[in-house]
Every structure is written in structure tokens, then in C-alpha cells.
Design a protein. Structure first.
Ligand SMILES: [Zn+2]
Length: 443
């Protein structure tokens, strides 16, 4: 359908020069050849990198970004933020969710994400609590209409604590039993668009019992992605240790055959044994650096994880900001502040932090969503980010320095996302207008 010639491109095995690609009628790369000569009919671009999979999203939270930055008590924490978030979640209907998702997914495309895993737990319709599909259908439609590839993760959420205590009043819209979950999963699977995928999802080890996880996996597990919040908060870790004498990752591995299909969301608080379990299993550790910083979650042990060749993915989660470059900046900076060292994310594969973190996050994100978004490679979606190397900050730089500059020294350097071989348009006026009206009705 279309040929492009990239003077420099970041491929899964590293930077390459003079890359000629062909986009086929299905929007996939049907050829990616290196060290080529350009043809006169080729579309020429200077420097491109792959788009980023966004492995973790609660899209409705975009509508409350910036609204919780005030004191509610002497010890504001994740838990006091969660109370505010629940109040917000409880007002949103399917139509409002659709408009919020259209806006946030459009922002993701502009920022360089081309796919999203939606960790979706507001199941029950606002007015008809027996309807558990409407909210998911709003997400499915929004992702399709905007053009972002979706892995829908309907969440099983059954209890308030690991002791089995029931969900409280404000959590009732999340509630499903295992039979309801399995029925919903099978029904939604039939209503996806061809470019979409689904995965199994458990809220956390505190919100779902081991028996319930087993029941669902026995019925539904055929090798699709499996996501779970694993150890975001120290209070959560302590609660699980108190009840089981095991830390969350230990508990999960004790009961389940955790493999590369598993994505452990917010694998923030890990001891040495848990790091080893995750890296040896090839499961992905999901990190949301900006949200984790915003919520005061803690610092992921990136240095040890990288040394053991662990797989990681990044997500914008609460969407306090939507920007994969800044996610990686915060990820690296949090380590530097914590360890009082520089250049943490570096290994024999890539000495430069930008190249190392970007490519590792693309590959981990791809595993987490199981969509054809593993970067600039044959049979993957023809998506990429083109960087304006004429910008004053970049003209004198090598390609690895360009990506480092985008992550650490970016002051509005133009980068254009291409989706299925075409430039992503500016945010549509209708989407923006609907979003504004939705916010107005929610505040
Ligand atoms: Zn989450």
C-alpha cells in the first residue's frame, strides 16, 4: 500500500540505518529491510521509534486528573485518594464513560501510545445495576472509534479485604461473582471489534480469593493475557503477610503457574526472592511511574530487575499525565534519587537509558496486551513515532542521544505519531466538546 524510508529507526534488536518498510492493506509491516537504498516513490522520514503499548489504564480517572491535589487529612495517602476516586467512579454512566475514553484515548495516540490495556472494573450500569455490559461496551466502542488498539481486561472484584469481608456500599458497581464474571467475559468476547483482544483480570489478591482465581482460570484460561494488581501498597503487602504468611508475589507463585502471559501490575514492593520469581517466570512487571509517584506508592527496584533481565511494561494508569517519555523519565529519576546514583537503566544490550527503557517497555507492553504491537517489525501494526530532527535540540545529535534527549530534555520537541502508516490527526473538535460537556456534568 505504502513504502516509507527511515534514515534511522529503532527496531526490536536496536538502532538501524536506511530502513525501508512496506505497509500492507491490513495495516501491517509486510517488509522491514535495513541498509537499503531509498526509491524515489518512498516517503522519507529522518528518525523513527516504535509507538508504546500502554499496559495499564483506568480511563475514567482521566476526568479527575488534577482534582485530588489537596489535603484531606494529616496523612493523605493512596487510601484517602481512593475514597475520592470511588466517589467519582460512582457518578459516571456509560455515555459519560464513552466520551471520557474517546478523549483520553485520543490523547494517548497523540502522545505516542498505539494500544491500551483497559483494566475495567465499573461493571454495573449507573441506573440499571443488573446490566454489567454497558460500561464495557462504551470502552470497546470508544477505542474502536478513536483507532487505538484495545485489550479489554474485565476485572473480577469480589471482596473488600483478604479476610473475605464484603464490598462496601461505594464498591457495589464493581461486584461480580465468578459465574457472573465468566458469563460477562464470554459475552464481551463476542462483541469485540476485529482489532481488539481480551484478557483475564483479577483486581488484586486482597479483592479476589485464591479459590475464585482458580475457578476463573479453569474456565477461561487459553493463553490470553492475565493481569492482577500485585503489590502497590505496603499496607496491602502487610495485610497479605498477616493472613497467609506469604508476601503477595510469593502467594501468587505458590498457587499458580505464573508464566509470560501474566502481567503483575504495580510490582512495586518486592524483596529479592520475589524479584527472582518474576524474572525467572518471564512474567511482566507492570510499572506506572507517574501514577505511582502521584499516589506516593513507593519505588520499584528497577536496578536489580534490569540486572536479572526482567520484563517490564509502562502504563499511564490514573492518567495524571499521558506521556510515555515522561513515564520513563520519572522511572529512571526515582531510582537516581533513591540510590544516589546515575544511569540505572542500562545494560549490555543498550548503554543509553532512553534506548534501553523504550525498547524494553515496548516488548513488555506487547506481551501484556498480546496485540501485534511489538514495534517496527514484520507482521506488526505499522505504527511509529517520527521525530523532527531539525529541532534545535536535536540537529547535532546521534540517534541514541536523540531518544535520551526526548526523555530527559524535551521541551516540546515535535514528535508525530503514525498509526497504520498514516499520521494521527489532531484531537477532533467533537471529541473535545463532548469531553468538556461530560466534565461539566460531573462537577
Ligand atoms: Zn490500576
Amino acid at each position: 500500500m505504502k513504502n516509507y524510508f527511515f534514515k534511522q529507526a529503532l527496531l526490536p534488536d536496536g538502532w538501524q540505518s536506511n530502513v525501508r518498510i512496506h505497509v500492507d492493506a491490513n495495516g501491517l509491516f509486510s517488509a522491514v529491510d535495513t541498509n537499503c537504498k531509498a526509491k524515489s516513490s518512498d516517503n522519507m522520514l529522518d528518525c523513527v521509534i516504535p509507538t508504546m503499548p500502554n499496559y495499564h489504564s483506568h480511563v475514567f480517572q482521566r476526568a479527575m486528573a488534577g482534582l485530588t491535589e489537596y489535603k484531606t487529612s494529616d496523612n493523605d495517602s493512596f487510601w484517602s485518594w481512593r475514597d475520592l476516586m470511588y466517589q467519582y467512579a460512582n457518578q459516571i454512566d456509560a455515555d459519560q464513560l464513552y466520551h471520557i475514553a474517546c478523549y483520553a484515548y485520543s490523547e494517548m495516540l497523540q502522545a505516542g501510545y498505539s494500544s491500551v490495556c483497559e483494566f475495567h472494573y465499573i461493571h454495573r450500569d449507573l441506573s440499571d445495576r443488573n446490566n454489567t455490559e454497558n460500561m464495557s461496551l462504551a470502552i470497546i466502542k470508544a477505542a474502536h472509534d478513536v483507532g487505538i488498539a484495545l485489550t479489554l481486561l474485565p476485572v473480577l472484584y469480589t471482596q473488600a479485604h483478604i479476610d473475605g469481608s464484603p464490598l462496601n456500599e461505594i464498591q457495589q458497581r464493581f461486584k461480580l461473582n465468578t459465574d457472573e464474571y465468566i458469563e460477562l467475559y464470554r459475552s464481551l468476547e463476542k462483541q469485540l471489534y476485529p482489532e481488539q483482544n481480551m484478557g483475564i483480570c483479577f483486581h488484586s489478591l486482597r479483592a479476589v480469593s485464591i479459590e475464585q482465581i482458580k475457578t476463573v482460570l479453569d474456565e477461561l484460561n487459553v493463553g490470553q493475557p492475565i493481569h492482577i494488581h500485585i503489590s502497590e501498597q505496603t499496607a496491602e503487602v502487610e495485610q497479605i503477610v498477616e493472613h497467609t504468611n506469604m508476601r503477595p508475589v510469593e502467594l501468587l507463585f505458590h498457587h499458580f503457574d505464573v508464566n509470560k502471559n501474566w502481567c503483575l501490575v504495580h510490582a512495586t514492593h518486592l524483596n529479592d526472592k520475589e524479584i527472582k520469581l518474576i524474572t525467572q517466570s518471564k512474567a511482566t512487571a507492570g510499572i506506572c511511574p507517574m501514577t505511582e509517584a502521584n499516589l506516593g506508592d513507593g519505588v520499584f527496584p528497577l536496578s536489580q530487575f534490569v540486572k536479572q533481565n526482567g520484563r517490564l511494561a509502562i502504563g499511564s494508569d490514573s492518567h495524571i499525565l499521558i506521556n510515555p517519555f515522561q513515564e520513563l523519565q520519572i522511572l529512571e529519576y526515582s531510582q537516581r534519587l533513591h540510590l544516589q546514583q546515575r544511569v540505572i537503566a542500562s545494560n549490555s544490550y543498550a548503554q543509553n537509558v532512553g534506548t534501553m527503557l523504550w525498547n524494553q517497555s515496548v516488548q513488555g507492553g506487547n506481551l501484556s496486551c498480546q496485540l501485534p504491537v511489538a514495534g517496527i517489525a514484520k507482521n506488526q501494526q505499522a505504527n511509529w513515532i517520527s521525530i523532527d530532527t531539525c529541532h534545535a535540540m536535536l540537529t547535532h545529535l546521534t540517534r541514541v542521544q536523540i531518544l535520551d534527549t526526548l526523555i530527559f530534555a524535551n521541551n516540546q520537541i515535535p514528535a508525530q505519531t503514525y498509526l497504520i502508516g498514516e499520521k494521527v490527526n489532531q484531537l477532533s473538535g467533537i471529541i473535545e466538546e463532548n469531553y468538556k460537556n461530560t466534565l461539566k456534568s460531573l462537577r
